[in-house]
Design a protein around this ligand. Structure first.
Ligand code: APR
Ligand code: PHB
Length: 392
């Protein structure tokens, strides 16, 4: 089989890239090692920057997002028992974020790809990439006991942090930057109305908490837990009690609890692999970088990379140029590092570290008090949270 672009991974990065390329008349195949149901079963993030919303519209998959997504103009920071609103829209000249689950984004992209009749191979086993330092790279995979080979012009590594493409690079080709955080997030999804109509980020001596949502009938809550916590130690009652203990009095009294429909513990890390392009192999999304979810940047960075990558590939096929392909990695990384910094900063300010102690807690609370009291400091948070500008 021959295609112009072989995409490895059918998560948000791979599916969004495939859809943008299809609409530009560029033929791409997506190889995904899991089933479609498995991919849809992953509970992930839920906040979209305007840039991601615009790109989903450009991909022709924005209808349900606009119908069902929740447009938010602010977030709340809760510390020292008090809640403070950050007026995102007021501080950024009217920019908003849209709360719309990654599962729904993935579902919309899968439906669009199926409707377009574009090829996705699910449960593709033993995917391997070859010759990406030549003009005609090759991808091989096994399906139904047979080995298949795809020749292509480019390979897009959209296969996430545990994928095969970054692992296939020659030793020493990637400079890795990483920080692993000494705690995790215990997340609960429940069909109960959210405690607030906007997100609440909580700094508390017992640890971080977050009140989010998927709709006005489905809530998403998180509490920081030690890395070695086991999900079995957290029956629903214990989770709700712990969450309430970290909220301000009004929220603790108002919260509606109920049975969890999903409950999991996720570790937190910051990771960036540089560069993001190796000949005809270009990495995008979690394949190239990971951020702690505190800044809600994971999905938005995936969309950011795909924005640059789709434009570079379209430019190549329309103008026969490699100029934007050559510029891809640098453009992505300048925006990636700013989001990595912001996510690290939010995580450092909102979480209880082993060495935080009483002095560290006072410093965090003082930094937060300064932030909510300073228009300059709040503007800095707001412009990063709604999404920094793109380079074009
Ligand atoms: N062969 C084929 N597919 C693979 C392989 C492989 N060897 N390894 C991984 N994959 C698939 C995974 O099964 C997954 O469906 O690649 C896909 C990668 O998707 P994600 O991990 O969701 O990464 P990405 O599409 O970049 O989306 C980033 O997902 O993890 C969240 O917080 C992150 O919101 C962000 C978003
Ligand atoms: C979520 O709704 O899952 C969510 C929202 C904001 C974050 C992280 C996760 O910063």
């Amino acid at each position: 089989m021959r295609v112009q672009v072989a995409i490895i991974g059918a998560g948000p990065s791979g599916l969004l890239l495939g859809q943008l390329l299809h609409r530009a008349g560029i033929e791409a195949v997506i190889l995904e090692r899991k089933s479609g149901e498995y991919v849809l079963g992953r509970i992930r993030a839920g906040v979209l920057e305007q840039g991601a919303v615009d790109l989903l519209d450009e991909a022709g998959v924005g209808a349900r997002m606009h119908a069902e997504g929740l447009v938010h103009g602010g977030i709340h920071l809760c510390f020292d028992g008090e809640r403070h609103r950050i007026d995102l829209a007021g501080l950024t000249g009217g920019k908003h974020v849209t709360v719309y689950g990654q599962t729904e984004v993935t579902r919309d992209l899968m439906d669009a790809r199926a409707a377009a009749g574009a090829k996705t191979v699910y449960e593709a086993e033993d995917v391997s990439v070859h010759g990406f330092d030549t003009d005609s790279p090759v991808v091989r995979y096994r399906k139904d006991g047979k080995v298949h080979e795809i020749t292509c012009d480019f390979i897009a590594g959209c296969d996430g942090f545990h994928g095969v493409t970054r692992e296939s690079l020659p030793a020493g080709a990637v400079r890795n930057y990483e920080r692993v955080y000494p705690f995790g997030w215990l997340g609960v999804l429940a069909d109960v109305p959210p405690v607030s109509d906007e997100l609440i980020y909580v700094n508390h001596p017992r640890g971080f908490a977050l009140c989010s949502m998927r709709s006005m009938k489905r809530s998403r809550y998180y509490v920081q837990v030690p890395l070695d916590e086991k999900i079995e130690s957290w029956p629903d009652d214990r989770f709700w009690t712990e969450l309430k203990s970290r909220l301000d009095k009004q929220a603790a009294a108002a919260i509606v609890t109920g049975p969890s429909i999903e409950k999991s513990i996720a570790p937190l890390r910051s990771f960036v692999g540089e560069p993001m392009r190796f000949g005809r192999l270009l990495l995008a999304g979690d394949a190239a970088h990971i951020v702690p979810p505190t800044g809600a940047k994971g999905l938005n960075l995936a969309a950011s990379d795909v924005r640059y990558l789709s434009r570079a590939l379209i430019d190549h096929y329309r103008a026969g140029s490699m100029k934007e392909i050559d510029a891809y990695s640098g453009k992505c990384l300048r925006r990636v590092w700013k989001a990595v910094r912001f996510s690290w900063w939010m995580t450092s300010m909102m979480h209880r570290f082993p060495d935080t102690g009483e002095f560290g807690q006072k410093i965090q609370e003082t930094e937060l008090a300064y932030l909510v009291g300073s228009k300059a400091a709040s503007t800095s948070l707001a412009e990063n949270y709604v999404g920094l500008p793109f380079e074009d």
